[in-house]
Design a protein around this ligand. Structure first.
Ligand code: PMP
Length: 443
C-alpha cells in the first residue's frame, strides 16, 4: 500500500476533520506547532495515562504530552477530582478565592527564588510579565536573550527562536534578532541576541551594554532548541555577571519547572535567578502560568508600579488543578523524580540500541525526564543552537511518521516528554517500534 493510501485508511477521520477545520480555521490547526505532524495532524478523541486515542480509534503511547503539561500523564485522577469539585462552585468570579494563596504558597515552598508569585494563563504571558517587572525594577529597557531559546510567541520575544536562521559563525553579538514570523514589531535595539553556552560572549555583551540591560532571560536548559544543557559553570557565571551589572537574571522554567526537580532547573543546578516563569506542568494540563521572584524584584508589583492584570489570572478551575498537581509533586518527591529519570534513561538507551542496530546515527540528549534525539553522528558536539542544524531533521520527521504508524506519538522534531504514567512496558513497546521504524528510514 502506498504511504498516501495508508494515510487515507488509517487516519481517515483525522483527515476528514482537518479538511473540515480548514474551512473555518486558518490551516486547520489551533496552534501552528501541530501542523508539522505527518501524514496528518492527529485529531484526538481521548487521553488517559501514557495513552491517547485518535478519532479513528488508533491508540498511541504519547511522548508529546500536550507539549509538556501532562507530567502526571493524561487525565490524572487527583487533578480531575480537584477540578470537578471546583467546577460545581463556579468558573471565575472577578474576585479573590482561597486557592490563589494556596497555589502561591506551594510555588514558594518548591521554588528557590520564589518569595512572591503573580499568575497568568500562558507561558508567553508569564514571560511578558517578567520582562515588564524587570524593566520597572531596573529602570532599563533592553533584554538579552539567546539564539535558539524559546520564550513564547509574543513580540518582541519571538525572535531568533528555534526554526530561525542562526547568525553566521563568528558574528559579534548583539546578533540581529531574526523574527520567527512576518508581522512582528521590530525588536532591534530592544532585544540583544547572544549565543548560548559561551560565557565570554555574554560577558562581552554585558560589558558593552550592561547599564542598559534590564534582564538576561534564558531557558536554563535550552529545551526547545535541542535540549542543550548549560556547560558546567555557565549558569553560575551568568548569575555573577548579571548581578555585577545590576541586570536581573530570569530563568524561563515553563518547560523545566517542576520537571527537572520539584524546584525546577534552579534546584537541579543550584543557581537562583531573580525571576522565573512557569507554565505547562504547574497545573498538569489546565491553563495557568506564573512569574515567581525575589521580594526585591517583585516589589514593583506589590507597590503598584506594575499593576499585573488579566481576566483569567489564576482562574479557579486552573488553580484547583495547580494546587492538586503541586501537592502530588511534593508528596511523591523525591521518588517521582527518580522514577521519571529512570524511565527516560531506559527510553534513551533503548532508542540508542535500536538506532545502532539499524545503522542510523542517533545523537541523544537527556536531562531528567526530557529526551531529544537527532539523526546525527553521536560524536558531534551540540552545545549551541547552530550545532543542531547539522542533524537530518527531514529524516527524523519520517521516523516520527513511521512511529505514528506503529502506535507511538513523538514530536517530528525529536523532543520526547516523559510522564509518571509511562511504564517499562510502554518503553519496551516504543523501543520495539523504533527498531522497525529506524530500519524503514535507514539509508
Ligand atoms: N517559554 C518556554 C520555555 C516554552 O517552552 C513555552 C511554550 N512552549 C513558552 C515560554 C510559551 O508558553 P505558551 O505556549 O503557554 O504561551
Amino acid at each position: 500500500m502506498s504511504a498516501e493510501s495508508v494515510a487515507t485508511t488509517r487516519y481517515a477521520r483525522s483527515l476528514n476533520q482537518i479538511e473540515r477545520a480548514r474551512r473555518t480555521i486558518p490551516g486547520g490547526v489551533a496552534t501552528a506547532m501541530r501542523a508539522a505532524q505527518r501524514p496528518v495532524p492527529l485529531v484526538i478523541e481521548r487521553a488517559a495515562g501514557s495513552r491517547m486515542v485518535d478519532v479513528d480509534g488508533n491508540e498511541y503511547v504519547d511522548y508529546v504530552l500536550g507539549f509538556g503539561p501532562m507530567l502526571l500523564g493524561h487525565s490524572p485522577p487527583e487533578v480531575i477530582e480537584a477540578v470537578r469539585e471546583q467546577l460545581g462552585r463556579g468558573f471565575t468570579y472577578g474576585a479573590q478565592h482561597r486557592l490563589e494563596a494556596e497555589v502561591a504558597e506551594r510555588v514558594v515552598d518548591a521554588v528557590p527564588c520564589a518569595e512572591l508569585v503573580c499568575f497568568s494563563t500562558t507561558g508567553s504571558e508569564a514571560v511578558q510579565a517578567a520582562l515588564r517587572i524587570a524593566r520597572a525594577a531596573t529602570g532599563r529597557r533592553k533584554v538579552i536573550r539567546f539564539e535558539g531559546h524559546y520564550h513564547g510567541w509574543l513580540d518582541p520575544m519571538a525572535v531568533s527562536s528555534p526554526g530561525t536562521e542562526p547568525a553566521p559563525a563568528g558574528a559579534e553579538p548583539p546578533l540581529p534578532p531574526v523574527p520567527a514570523t512576518e508581522g512582528q514589531a521590530d525588536a532591534s535595539g530592544l532585544v540583544l541576541i547572544c549565543r548560548w553556552n559561551d560565557p565570554d560572549e555574554l560577558a562581552g555583551l554585558l560589558e558593552r551594554h550592561g547599564d542598559e540591560v534590564a534582564a538576561v532571560i534564558m531557558e536554563p536548559v535550552a529545551a526547545n532548541g535541542g535540549l542543550i544543557p548549560p556547560r558546567p559553570g555557565y549558569l553560575e557565571r551568568a548569575r555573577e555577571l548579571t548581578g555585577s551589572q545590576g541586570s536581573l537574571l530570569i530563568f524561563d522554567e515553563v518547560v523545566t519547572g517542576f520537571r527537572l526537580a520539584r524546584g525546577g532547573a534552579q534546584e537541579r543546578f543550584g543557581v537562583t535567578p531573580d525571576l522565573a516563569t512557569y507554565g505547562k506542568a504547574i497545573a498538569a494540563g489546565m491553563p495557568l502560568s506564573a512569574v515567581a521572584g525575589t521580594r526585591a524584584a517583585m516589589e514593583v508589583v506589590a507597590d503598584g508600579r506594575v499593576p499585573h492584570v488579566g481576566t483569567f489570572n489564576c482562574a479557579p478551575p486552573a488553580a484547583a488543578a495547580a494546587a492538586a498537581a503541586l501537592d502530588v509533586y511534593r508528596a511523591r518527591s523525591p521518588e517521582m523524580y527518580e522514577g521519571l529519570e529512570r524511565t527516560a534513561a531506559a527510553l534513551a538507551d533503548g532508542l540508542a540500541g535500536a538506532a545502532a542496530e539499524a545503522g542510523v546515527p542517533l545523537k541523544i540528549h537527556r536531562v531528567g525526564p526530557l529526551v531529544q534525539t537527532f539523526i546525527l553522528d553521536p560524536e558531534t558536539r551540540v552545545e549551541q543552537y547552530a550545532d543542531t542544524l547539522a542533524a537530518d531533521s527531514a529524516r527524523f520527521a519520517r521516523f516520527a511518521e513511521a512511529m505514528l504508524a506503529r502506535g507511538i506519538n513523538v514530536l517530528p522534531r525529536g523532543w520526547w516528554f516523559l510522564s509518571t504514567a509511562h511504564t517499562d512496558d510502554d518503553v519496551e513497546l516504543t523501543v520495539e517500534a523504533a527498531r522497525s521504524a529506524f530500519t524503514e528510514v535507514a539509508e
